[in-house]
Design a protein around this ligand. Sequence first.
Ligand code: SF4
Length: 376
Amino acid sequence: MEDLDFLSDYYLFLKEKKEEGKKVIGFISHDNIPEELIDAAGFIPLRMIFAGNDELMDASHDFLPPSTCSFAQSCIGAFSIKPSDYKFLDLVDYFIVSNHCVSDICASEIIAKYYDIPQLSFYVSYTKTDNSLKYFYLELIDLKENLEKIKGFEILNQDLMNSIVKYNNFKKKLLDLSNLSIPGSKKLELLQKAILFGPEYLPKLEKILQSQESTQAKNNSKPILLTGCSIFINDYLNDLIEESGGNIVFFDTWVGFNYYSQIFDDNVLNSSNEPINLLVERFKNNIHGDHSVPNFLETKISHIEEFSKNYKSRTGKKLGVINHIIKFCDHMSIMSSHLKNRLQEKGIQVLNLERDYSRANRGQLSTRIEAFLEMM
Ligand code: SF4
């Protein structure tokens, strides 16, 4: 299990920022929340990427039934019990309520209401028509105006542009990280820390990339592409996969590819002086998110197929796919059989791994992962 000491550093990091007069804006981690806008206001975006044990999950049951997705439950639980590692949550000034899914809205509203955190709204259309793009533009303007009210100053176009460029460079480095042949656990740890600390983590990341000091993945481990739901901070799933002889070589999840794939081309950045329109363009081009993107499933299937083929020709090894489904996450569970059937027709083996965070499941999960890797 990963060491959580860095969360104390994160607390100090946020505390320092607050002493400089910055506000901390929390939100449940999915795509389409424009962190650049928060950064341009001089504030700190805090993504909720903490989930993985019973304690946080169970602590939400005063508010939502256990039939809510375990990640959303854990987000509430983190505010409810605030274990010592999570004391930085005391520093959250505002919470964004967005509609990635029903669980996201419910959990975000509960956090804002019952933990007395002023709410900001950012709703995203479920379609991608011209009107949806106009709506997305209006939501960006609305969020910008609300952030300006909090800040007391206008967010200048140049400031927003600078933030977009800063995050773009940061995501490019994460893309470089994803290409390293280091163990999946190390890659995930770096991804999680980078997403949490944001572009301020860049110098550390560059150092690691330059030195390539991290250990190489074991040669005899079975390569895995993880798709579906993300693995969050303090989850043991990656340990189970590595203990069973597997190694995740590609994180096709929100904490992973979905995040760093949203990179602007330099020509696009240099030719635009309307940064809000760039954010709309990114929403339009985000074909890998699971927020009702047209042809989402087909895109996912061809993306996995292409990655799998390239991996085989590069390494000579066949890739297995673990489709991680957090219990009661409709976005992922609803298409899991179809995804599995379609990929298996193409000769790619898939394990649909549905689970919540209860410790009691660990043995059973381990057996299923071992059996899958054996079969590969
Ligand atoms: S239901 Fe799925 S998409 Fe929604 S909060 Fe849970 S993990 Fe995220």
